[in-house]
Write a protein that binds this ligand. Structure first.
Ligand code: HEM
Length: 184
């Protein structure tokens, strides 16, 4: 059922962070898969690796800022029409996405630094590696990194599905809390 009242939106800083992180993560996943294809020209593969590693570290920093910001600026309340079970699923999905984004970024960072590979932009500006070379640690971090993408992709699909459900079917203002410019 469509309703005309507009729930309070997220704050502009939270909205900006949400859409920036969403775009970066959604572009980082296919790049991560493409860069491991064996028949790629070397120069293309290098460019994809550089993009993936740089963006991955930037995603980590933005996710930490987002979590800290959220702790001090809790999200606006959902409309009363949203049933309890949907609130519980939404909260669980959001927490799991934050955890998985941290797992993906930290495991990627540990894999690269423990494996003694370059960290591109961050090497260029002189930021030291926080993890010493260690082959076993690099192997473990790599295994975590390539496995954690599956639940992350699943959660992103659930999250986008729920957003579209609210935007197109329920039209209850839940979606426009994160995109107030689309309010009608
Ligand atoms: C949210 C952030 C990230 C996402 C969603 C992500 C996603 C992915 C995905 C989907 C793959 C392909 C795995 C496969 O097909 O087997 C991959 C591989 C890889 N990622 Fe990330 N990644 C992220 C952050 C990072 C960071 C921060 C680094 C390092 C600084 C990194 C370094 C790598 C490396 C080196 C590989 C190749 C792994 C291998 O050789 O098996 N990633 N990533």
């Amino acid at each position: 059922m469509a309703t005309t009242d507009h729930p309070r939106p997220y704050r502009p800083f939270a909205i900006a962070l949400h859409w920036i992180v969403a775009l970066l993560v959604i572009s980082t996943i296919p790049v991560g898969v493409m860069m491991l294809q064996e028949d790629l020209p070397r120069s293309t593969q290098d460019a994809l690796f550089i993009y993936h590693k740089n963006l991955g570290v930037i995603i980590f920093l933005l996710v930490v800022i987002r979590i800290a910001y959220r702790v001090f600026n809790p999200p606006p309340p959902l409309p009363a029409s949203v049933p309890t079970f949907q609130r519980t699923i939404a909260t669980g999905t959001h927490i799991a996405m934050y955890v998985l984004l941290l797992v993906m970024t930290i495991s990627g960072y540990v894999y690269v630094t423990a494996g003694d590979y370059p960290l591109e932009l961050f090497d260029a500006i002189g930021i030291p590696h926080l993890v010493a070379p260690n082959e076993d640690l690099a192997d473990t971090a790599q295994a975590i990194h390539v496995t954690a993408r599956f639940p992350l992709v699943l959660l992103i699909v659930v999250h986008i599905g729920a957003a579209l459900y609210h935007a197109l079917l329920r039209r209850d203002g839940v979606f426009t809390r994160m995109a107030p410019m689309l309010r009608r």
